[in-house]
Unconditional design. Structure first.
Length: 164
């Protein structure tokens, strides 16, 4: 709440330098803020009496937005990249997928490796565990297992996360 929105009879006032002025009436606080060409801002509405500060509200809001924008810039969002394999994949094809997974892990992305079973391939699910083991051994210097291989209906998948 700022300026005329503050309806309390008495407020604890802090001036623009941060020194406490004590408990004053709302009218006095608003007059003082107006004479300094600044705003009266309610900082702590739950206190008895509420705490108000004299400040340039638009400058304060601008500084807050600038800090939030800087925080968003520094924030790293982790994306999940998916690599799909089949249970009867050839060694060259697996090497290409391993190379791609290493690239993703270097960039700091998480990798989901999934094997989809079609038709009668579901009977060879133990072969797919060997594929996952080979895959993990190949990329262990760049990442480690976040979630181990798990079978869900006609699909088996696992997650790798980059090493810090």
């Amino acid at each position: 709440m700022i300026n005329d929105q503050i309806r309390d009879k008495e407020v604890r006032l802090i001036d623009e330098n941060g020194t406490q002025m004590g408990i004053v009436s709302n009218k006095e606080a608003q007059d003082l803020a107006l004479s300094k060409r600044l705003d009266l801002v309610k900082i702590s509405p739950t206190a008895k009496p509420p705490v108000c500060k004299i400040m340039d509200y638009s400058k304060h809001r601008f500084d807050q937005q600038k800090k939030e924008k800087e925080a968003r810039k520094k924030q790293k969002t982790a994306t999940i990249k998916e690599l799909r394999l089949s249970p009867n994949i050839d060694t060259h094809d697996i090497n290409v997928k391993i190379k791609k997974a290493k690239e993703f892990l270097k960039n700091g992305d998480k990798v989901k490796i999934s094997i989809r079973f079609k038709g009668r391939e579901i009977g060879y699910s133990d072969n797919s565990l060997e594929i996952f083991d080979m895959f993990v051994k190949s990329v262990e210097e760049y990442g480690n297992i976040e979630k181990p291989p798990k079978k869900e209906a006609r699909m088996m998948s696992m997650f790798l996360s980059p090493k810090q």
